[in-house]
Design a protein around this ligand. Sequence first.
Ligand SMILES: C[S@@+](CC[C@H](N)C(=O)[O-])C[C@H]1O[C@@H](n2cnc3c(N)ncnc32)[C@H](O)[C@@H]1O
Length: 205
Amino acid sequence: MDIGTGDGRFVYQSARLEPSKFFIGIDANPKALEKISEKIYRKPAKGGLPNVLFLQAAVENLPVELNGVADEIHIHFPWGSLLRAVATGELEVLSHLRRICAPDCLLEIVVGLDPERDRTEIERLGLPALSNEYLETVLIQRYRAAGFEVLEKGALSQADWSHLETSWARKLGGNEDREVVYLVARATSSELSIDSSLATNPTGL
Ligand SMILES: C[S@@+](CC[C@H](N)C(=O)[O-])C[C@H]1O[C@@H](n2cnc3c(N)ncnc32)[C@H](O)[C@@H]1O
């Protein structure tokens, strides 16, 4: 599942590479998804893909039908309220992410901020500097409280993040000043609160 999927590029490319897996792209803003949502329903020879679904939803309001469904959740280059939620560890939003997790679901978050160019947004959202100390002393505990054990974290070099198959990675690829931080976490069993009917038929698809 790719949340804040933007134009859906990551989902589309992943689905092409791994036809035996099902991919869901979710964004609060449907505008950038118009083209790709039409494309996936074409014939396979014309770019159609049967293993993709795009949904319009905010992370704060994910449909309950997604509960317990995700084996992996990706959030790349979030912005706005999604950025604030993952960078400050807002418990309510993290618990929405947690409820859509299947057991042992992996959560990968990549945040990229340029302290100068993004100053207005950083101030508007009240974001802290994503230093290693902040990640270790604050953020990891908040993720743990929401039912995620952080397995890996740190800074990514431009060489590491610029090859990510997302449109924002491509757009930002030339900017070496951007500080890109990643985090990989696994859903822990303690917070598992999946509706049993959804657990037996998680997708309903
Ligand atoms: C900078 S774009 C990144 C898009 C894509 N992940 C990429 O890397 O190309 C950030 C996306 O987050 C979405 N977004 C912001 N707040 C959101 C929220 N609360 N729930 C879901 N999506 C949100 C925006 O609509 C936007 O498409």
